[in-house]
Design a binder for this molecule. Structure first.
Ligand code: SF4
Length: 202
């Protein structure tokens, strides 16, 4: 598999926000979001076997894992190999995906955090995947402005999303305005700032 980096940090987003976590960031992405903060993972990376990744994770000494990217499910066979091993050894795994790749075959072994791309990103997720989000998964909208907020609201009205819905402002956007939209509309979501960035962590 092609790995951009493996590191320990605090999970800054999603249902596991605030938990110490080992991140496996896979290289390569099929999207080019306007505000992408991990564009260094679009290309490059190092080739590692599943066994090498597991050895590295084991040395980092933590049982909470996040497989992210880039778009990790572009390497689905390798990810499936990792999941099987993690499952056997009692790890808890979350996959962060950009909502363009089918994740159903991963759900027995990992929770899913599906990022639904909003208009300001210039990209689009596959909304037909939303009905497969389970209660232990989550859906995240990264919102830059009112237009994105209205898009998120419309998607939520159209799909019965079973997992928790999170709205995260784009870094540097008007956080207060987005919080006010949520309160004003009484939208059943969790507002989240990217905790790792506030803390100056990766
Ligand atoms: S899907 Fe993620 S990694 Fe890919 S361009 Fe968008 S924000 Fe960046």
């Amino acid at each position: 598999m092609i790995v951009s980096e493996i590191f320990r940090s605090l999970q800054g987003e999603g249902r596991n926000q605030g938990r110490a976590c080992t991140f496996i960031r896979l290289a390569g992405c099929n999207l080019r979001c306007a505000w992408c903060d991990t564009s260094y993972a679009w290309e490059g990376g190092m080739r590692m076997s599943v066994a090498e990744v597991l050895d590295r994770v084991w040395l980092l000494n933590g049982k909470q894992i996040c497989i992210t990217g880039g778009e990790p499910l572009l390497q689905r066979d390798e990810v499936a190999g990792l999941l099987e091993k993690f499952d056997r050894h009692g790890y808890t795994v979350e996959i962060e995906t950009n909502g363009t790749q089918d994740f159903r075959d991963m759900q027995a072994f990992a929770s899913i955090c599906m990022d639904v791309k909003c208009p300001s990103s210039g990209e689009q997720s596959d909304l037909s995947l939303l009905p497969f989000i389970s209660q232990r998964d989550c859906v995240k909208f990264v919102v830059a402005d009112e237009n994105d907020f209205l898009y998120a609201r419309a998607v939520m009205a159209r799909y019965d999303i079973r997992g928790e819905v999170i709205i995260t402002p784009v870094e540097g956007s008007d956080y207060r305005a987005i919080a006010d939209y949520i309160v004003g509309e009484n939208l059943p979501v969790r507002f989240q700032l990217q905790l790792h960035k506030i803390l100056g962590m990766k």
